[in-house]
Design a binder for this molecule. Structure first.
Ligand code: XMP
Length: 326
């Protein structure tokens, strides 16, 4: 479709100046499209939806209704950051829905990876729709579609994203960054004043920590994933790896092994660290983390994360492994 083709004359947005020009242009385009209308946006806290939220908040202020659904599978501190940045700092109209119990109850006992993804995706739509119905006079739905999403639509990536909304929600779409590549969205995000931790964050799958808690998710094992991930991220940031490594995370598999804690036998989970580099996520290589740092992270995880007595490092490239565990 011609509508979905990036104009050939469009310059790559590589500098703050170009980003500012893009923002100025969007402000008038969006004003013309939306007028006094009300707009709904599913705000995940990822860079794409965050940039759309910040842009629209400038144009229409309180007529933008952002909905942040916490499915209980977000990383440590993420919902708090969304609330801090958008509600407290930008004064945006943000509805925060803590749907943790709903998601985790539905996921209880479900071990099939595809089934888990399906539940997370459809529950997300239900929660979003319920919140949308509480709003009146909504004419528009904003989405953080970016150009690679359009180019790759029909491939695996497009349908495993959580947040695709059903056709029966008859809204006019507002997609201000649909011609931008990821690096351009980041430059625009910086120019809009979003924090670096949002603008440069590593990819995070829609089903969140759910795919890093293989098999049936339990709340205690999920907490072990969340806490170990927080330690890994903290150490990568402190040691200059956060901006260098493409994706890094922890996984807590569903088995226990013997250990010794406080002079007694323990029977606890292992944590697996994964850190990979890639161009396009189709293939990936392993990051060679310095041994001393690995040991330090393992030591912290083993001592600080309840229920964990071992930390392992994954040396598998993609292929044969995938990046995620499920
Ligand atoms: P795999 O595990 O297939 O992952 O090597 C490739 C990239 O895609 C991300 N990924 C997902 N993203 N929903 C998403 O939005 C998903 O269900 C999903 N599964 C994998 C993964 O994090 C990696 O960056």
């Amino acid at each position: 479709m011609e509508d979905n083709k990036r104009p050939e004359s469009m310059e790559r947005i590589t500098t703050e100046e170009l980003a500012k020009a893009f923002i100025e242009e969007q402000l008038s385009t969006l004003k013309a499209q939306i007028g006094d209308g009300r707009v709904l946006l599913a705000l995940s806290g990822g860079v794409d939806s965050s940039v759309v939220a910040a842009l629209l908040n400038r144009v229409i202020g309180q007529n933008l209704v952002c909905i942040h659904v916490n499915h209980g599978l977000l990383r440590k501190g993420e919902p708090e950051q969304v609330i801090e940045v958008f509600r407290n700092q930008m004064k945006a109209n943000l509805i925060y829905v803590d749907a943790t119990d709903r998601f985790l109850d539905k996921l209880a006992g479900v071990s099939d990876p595809e089934e888990k993804r399906k539940i997370i995706g459809s529950e997300f739509i239900d929660v979003f729709q319920e919140e949308a119905e509480k709003q009146s006079g909504i004419r528009f739905l904003a989405q953080g579609t970016i150009y690679p999403d359009i180019l790759e639509s029909g491939t695996v990536k497009s349908h495993h994203n959580v947040g695709g909304l059903p056709e029966e929600m008859h809204f006019e779409l507002v997609e201000p960054v649909k011609f931008l590549f990821k690096d351009e969205v980041r430059v625009v995000g910086k120019a809009l004043g979003l924090p670096d931790s949002m603008v440069y964050r590593q990819p995070f799958p829609g089903p969140g920590l759910g795919v890093r808690c293989p098999g049936a998710i339990t709340r205690d094992r999920l907490e072990a994933v969340r806490e170990s991930d927080a330690i890994l991220r903290e150490e990568f940031e402190k040691n200059g790896l956060a901006g260098k490594v493409w994706q890094y995370f922890t996984v807590v598999p569903d088995f226990k092994s013997t250990g010794v804690r406080d002079g007694k036998r323990s029977f606890e989970w292992p944590v697996i660290i994964r850190a990979v580099n890639t161009e396009d996520a189709m293939t990936a290589t392993i990051e060679r983390i310095p041994y001393e740092l690995l040991e330090h992270i393992a030591d912290r995880i083993n001592h600080e994360v309840p229920g964990v007595n071992r930390t392992l490092y994954d040396l598998s490239a993609k292929p044969v492994a995938t990046i995620e565990f499920e």
